[in-house]
Design a protein around this ligand. Structure first.
Ligand code: E4P
Length: 223
């Protein structure tokens, strides 16, 4: 299973790439705009941090086919292992099909139904990104839509991976991982909740207290 960081905050990316086994970074126009940086400067910074082998997913902002293709060609040159995110609209599906023909890797994004996912996989998208929390927010069931998409991709042997996105809590993430999702992209505040537990902190404190009461210092490593 692949783990992506859903952030454009380079300090957070630096820190987490150092701590966790991370496979790459996903951005979108909102994430880029929040960074306050020029688009190309930000992608270059992320690229320098993650290295050329980890993936960066980077989204177009045009709504029309020609604009998407032009932006995708440009984005494709920004990093060695890059996926161009294309929203699944009529124009988007046409662009995914064309970019696949040109050998440019795409991530079908802003996916809310299994129908959209199926058509994007059929068009050649390498990743399909369903948005879990945005569905939950409108009384949908993001987790169950992702499960349905995974089943379809696997049953039909599509050459696409499911990259579940838009998470607001750790429970959403783990339910999808349990069902065998190929990849998740997680914002750093949710990742933090997945990493830590107050009982772990309590246990560590207690272990160290007991040790120090008995020996007064750490393990002698020079014996
Ligand atoms: C992936 O990068 C998606 O764009 C992102 O996960 C959407 O998340 P949001 O619904 O929290 O904006």
């Amino acid at each position: 299973m692949e783990l992506f960081l859903d952030t454009g905050n380079v300090e957070e990316i630096k820190e987490l790439v150092d701590i966790l086994q991370v496979d790459g970074v996903t951005t979108n126009p909102t994430i880029v705009s929040r960074s306050g940086k020029r688009f190309t400067d930000l992608i270059k910074e992320i690229s320098d941090i993650v290295g050329e082998d980890r993936a960066i997913h980077c989204q177009v902002v045009s709504r029309d086919f020609d604009g998407m293709i032009e932006e995708a060609e440009f984005i494709n040159g920004l990093h060695k292992n890059i996926y161009v995110k294309i929203p699944v609209t009529h124009q988007g599906l046409k662009a995914i099909k064309e970019l696949t023909k040109r050998g440019i890797k795409t991530t079908a994004t802003a996916v809310f139904t299994a129908h959209q996912a199926t058509l994007a996989a059929k068009a050649g998208a390498k990743y399909i990104a369903p948005y879990v929390n945005r569905l939950d927010n409108i009384s949908g069931n993001g987790v169950s839509v992702v499960k349905q998409i995974i089943n379809i991709i696997e049953k039909h042997n599509f050459d696409s991976k499911v990259l579940a996105a838009s998470f607001k809590n750790a429970q959403q993430v783990i339910e999808i991982i349990e069902h065998g999702v190929h990849s998740v992209t997680v914002p750093t505040d949710v990742l933090d909740k997945m990493t830590c537990h107050p009982l772990t902190d309590y246990s560590v404190d207690k272990f160290i207290e007991d040790w120090e009461n008995a020996y007064g210092e750490g393990i002698k490593t020079t014996d």
